[in-house]
Design a protein around this ligand. Structure first.
Ligand SMILES: [Zn+2]
Length: 448
């Protein structure tokens, strides 16, 4: 047997935050070597990776040793999946009870397995998130996420149940059409709704088209979102339209439920009793200090099956270490600037689609749908077209509107774009909006 001994018992994470600020680092220093030992003994993926790097896992004695371990990227997990079908070698030899997957927007879904303890912990972390966002036993929570391989419908639903709330799993618009979702929300007195930000806006459009009065007919106080970055302007629009608070929650199927917004909506607290967060330079992988923007890297302390250890999820953000007015001991992650994979290089400049989205959300005349088309002409010059939906009548109004949008995109995203107006409902079919788990706004024709 290795000097580390066999894997220690997994952590159990309470829905309540039990640590004070001073206790976080000593707690992590104790939990991390156990998580590393568990992965070394039970998860082939890490055993192979660390052996190849000549790493003695026993040398990882505290959080500051973490940087000795290699970064794991999405493409590493994808390659592992191809090399070790059907589940890859990340899940380990634990008794697993549940498989959830990535939504499979590129190629096949990525399977992520969970032990009973993993599942319990992730749903406890959801209970923590929702409690911080004001959900109580008095609430009726409509969960309008896609209940399939996509994880947050199930985990947020169980989190709300742990708080004693009444949950109403309507699923996405693909199984419960949008008008029915609205009728149920109204008739059953729903007070909290879980949905992607994009679908919350779409539901508002559908409500207006069908004669609902968003503020009079509904009693929704809180909307919680996950699955795609919630751009600040999108949040504002949701809050204005629905007259509710709209909260962002950060995570993915590989990570579980790492970060959440509190009622102050000023960055997302990350669960430092369940994960170690780092920000690194996306190219050199060197750790960066708090406050500096870089790639988010996460290590799970509790996960048995499919643990993530120095996993670079691909998002760009920074860590805010100043105290939050809510009193949480956990530091915060800044709003996500964008995903490295989604970052566009246009005429040599970096453009984040989320910045374009932010510009568009300031125009109440536009529907929630838009498209970003990137192309390259025969001279090798990049072009950027932003297609929006707007039902303005007069040609002069339309022309003025396009010009205002061009200016807003230039200001927010720092790039020149051609803006074209299209009739409402023409860019995406309502059934496509209802069926998707994540918005895919960008078509990059240069990649074809
Ligand atoms: Zn806070």
């Amino acid at each position: 047997m290795n000097a580390l001994g066999d894997a220690a018992k997994p952590l159990q994470i309470s829905p309540e935050v039990l640590l004070t600020k001073d206790q976080i680092r000593p707690y992590q220093d104790r939990a991390l070597p156990q998580a590393i030992a568990r992965a070394w003994h039970h998860v082939e993926f890490y055993h192979r990776l660390w052996s190849a790097h000549g790493i003695d896992p026993g040398s990882i004695r505290c959080v500051s040793d973490l940087r000795k371990l290699p970064i794991v990227r999405k493409q590493d997990l994808e390659a592992d999946l191809i090399a070790h079908p059907p589940f890859g070698s990340l899940q380990g030899d634990f008794p697993v009870i549940r498989l959830q997957g990535s939504s499979g927007s590129t190629g096949k879904p990525k399977p992520i397995l969970h032990t009973r303890n993993d599942w319990e912990n992730i749903t406890n972390l959801w209970a923590r998130r929702l409690a911080a966002q004001g959900v109580t036993a008095q609430d009726r929570v409509q969960v309008a996420f896609n209940f399939a391989l996509f994880i947050p419908g199930f985990t947020s639903l169980e989190g709300a149940m742990k708080l004693g709330a009444l949950v109403i799993p309507t699923g996405s618009g693909a199984v419960t059409p949008s008008t029915r979702q609205l009728e149920l929300a109204r008739d059953w007195g729903v007070t909290v709704m879980g949905t992607t930000g994009g679908y919350a806006l779409h539901l508002a459009n559908v409500a207006e088209e069908n004669g609902f009065d968003l503020k009079r007919d509904f009693n929704i106080r809180v909307m919680y979102h996950t699955g795609e970055p919630l751009v600040e302007e999108t949040r504002k629009r949701i809050e204005e339209l629905w007259g509710c608070k709209s909260y962002n929650n950060y995570g993915s199927v590989e990570t579980g439920a790492p970060a959440w917004e509190c009622s102050h909506q000023n960055g997302m607290h990350f669960n430092e009793d369940a994960y170690v967060f780092e920000i690194v330079d996306p190219e050199t992988f060197q750790p960066l200090p708090d406050g500096q923007e870089g790639a988010v890297v996460m290590t799970s302390l509790f996960k048995e099956a499919s643990p993530i250890i120095r996993y670079m999820i691909g998002d760009i953000a920074s860590i805010r270490s100043e105290p939050c007015a809510c009193g949480s001991p956990f530091r915060r992650l800044s709003p996500i600037r964008g995903r490295i994979d989604d970052m566009l290089k246009i005429r040599g400049a970096v453009v984040y689609p989320t910045a374009i989205e932010g510009a568009l959300r300031t125009f109440p005349e536009l529907s929630s749908e838009f498209r970003i088309i990137v192309d390259r002409d025969s001279h090798g010059v990049d072009s950027l077209e932003v297609r929006v939906e707007c039902d303005l009548g007069a040609a002069s109004d339309r022309e003025a509107m396009s010009k205002r949008i061009v200016r807003a995109v230039k200001e927010k995203a720092g790039c020149s774009a051609d803006v074209t107006l299209h009739p409402v409902g023409s860019l995406t079919l309502p059934e496509q909006i209802a069926a998707r788990t994540k918005n895919r706004y960008v078509t990059d024709l240069r990649k074809k």
